[in-house]
Design a binder for this molecule. Structure first.
Ligand SMILES: NC(=O)C1=CN([C@@H]2O[C@H](COP(=O)(O)OP(=O)(O)OC[C@H]3O[C@@H](n4cnc5c(N)ncnc54)[C@H](OP(=O)(O)O)[C@@H]3O)[C@@H](O)[C@H]2O)C=CC1
Ligand SMILES: CC(C)CCC[C@@H](C)[C@H]1CC[C@H]2C3=C(CC[C@]12C)[C@@]1(C)CCC(=O)C[C@@H]1CC3
Length: 343
């Protein structure tokens, strides 16, 4: 923090207090993550980066009720709007001198549609467990274009966050005290939904799968580009979690009705974490790890066993490194255009 060093109950010096920022922190997995981080380390400087001030204030109140005296700051940022990201980055630079953890968690899946015929044929196929754990081929979405002419899902889930990282480079890059980026990716990330010639997914109808695979690609290249500067990147998969996102796919009462079925499915796949608290498992686990000890090609998956026990599973990612580099070049070019417009 830029203010003079101070301590909570005289126990921590400011240098010891980690600075953590979470995008999309006002609900679901982001809010559960904040709650768990504060329970684990009450001395944190926590910054909730949210697009709605009202919802962010609600989340802050909830966190302070559970952790009175915690340092919870708010930052308004709409990651689907590049100009808002530049503005927010300026404010962060005025408030903090370093960032230890940046959780890139905000995400959208607009207008989801379930392909019921794929669902029923999948039920009787060999891929049934895979279908239930990744939702592969079951969902399509309707994307739109923002004021900069960028695809909405791509900008929210990937590009807005990329600009944020690039703008905060000075706060994040400290070779002596490494910082960590943690992306909330998904089991729904799919290479076949991503086209290196159409990285924004202008032409397809699975922008969500494409954007989450793009996140996996980007994390790999960020490690190549930034590790020696003291910045590390990891991707996490929270499993299937009941949040506003899933309530947008099917109504909340339906999910509640089929809860026993989902507990049953948990016997066959550990990806049905179901609660935001469980879904945040891998995100919290990474907080306790030294960034240098992590594998850049691994996806850390929040997992819940049939008996309801939480753990983290590390799975090697199957990413195309050529596509990753090509995608990074694309992002750098797009960033240059946006710099010219907004900086
Ligand atoms: N739920 C699940 O099963 C899974 C979720 N995920 C991922 O987890 C992450 C969190 O989602 P989840 O908790 O489930 O869903 P929520 O809808 O509860 O959380 C999404 C968060 O992102 C915020 N957000 C959305 N758009 C923007 C924006 N333009 N600018 C700033 N913040 C924004 C939302 O804010 P607001 O309240 O204003 O909308 C909200 O705080 C997402 O990246 C999602 O893709 C991955 C795998 C599975
Ligand atoms: C009996 C029920 C479990 C039937 C539900 C069928 C589908 C609606 C779901 C099966 C797998 C789910 C899934 C997601 C959404 C809902 C399903 C398709 C996600 C795509 C949600 C967002 C993610 O990031 C990953 C999830 C994977 C699994």
């Amino acid at each position: 923090m830029k203010e003079a060093a101070w301590s909570v109950k005289g126990r921590w010096t400011d240098a010891e207090r980690k600075v953590v920022m979470v995008t999309g922190a006002n609900s679901g997995i982001g809010l559960a993550l904040c709650t768990r981080l504060l329970a684990r380390e009450p001395s944190l400087h926590l910054c909730l980066a949210c697009r709605s001030t009202v919802r962010a204030e609600g989340a802050r109140r909830e966190l302070l009720a559970a952790h009175p005296g915690a340092d919870v700051a708010l930052l308004r940022v709409d990651v689907s709007d590049v100009e808002s990201v530049y503005r927010a980055a300026q404010q962060i630079k005025q408030r903090y001198t370093r960032l230890d953890y940046l959780y890139l968690n905000a995400g959208i899946m607009p207008n989801p549609r379930i392909n019921w015929s794929a669902y029923f044929s999948g039920l009787f196929s060999r891929n049934v467990v895979r279908m239930f754990s990744t939702g592969e081929g079951l969902l399509t979405q309707e994307d739109s274009v923002n004021e900069d002419g960028l695809q909405h899902v791509f900008t929210t889930n990937v590009f807005g966050h990329f600009i944020l990282i690039r703008q905060l480079e000075d706060l994040l890059c400290h070779p002596d005290t490494p910082s960590q980026l943690v992306w909330t990716s998904s089991s729904n990330a799919r290479a076949s939904a991503f086209n290196a010639s159409d990285p924004q997914h202008k032409k397809g109808c699975e922008p969500y799968s494409s954007s989450k695979y793009a996140v996996d690609l980007l994390s790999v290249v960020l490690n190549q580009q930034y590790n020696e500067k003291g910045l590390y990147s990891s991707v996490v998969c929270p499993g299937l979690v009941m949040t506003n996102m899933t309530y947008n796919i099917l109504p909340a009462f339906f999910w509640t009705l089929i809860l026993p079925i989902m507990w049953l499915i948990r016997m066959f796949t550990n990806t049905y974490t179901l609660s935001p608290k469980n879904g945040a498992e891998a995100l919290v686990w990474l907080f306790g790890k030294k960034p240098v000890s992590l594998d850049p090609l691994v996806k850390y998956k929040s997992s819940t066993s049939g008996m309801g026990k939480n753990y983290v599973q590390a799975d090697k990612m199957n990413v195309n490194l050529e596509d990753a580099e090509r995608f990074f070049e694309y992002l750098i070019k797009l960033e240059a255009e946006m710099n010219e417009k907004y900086k």
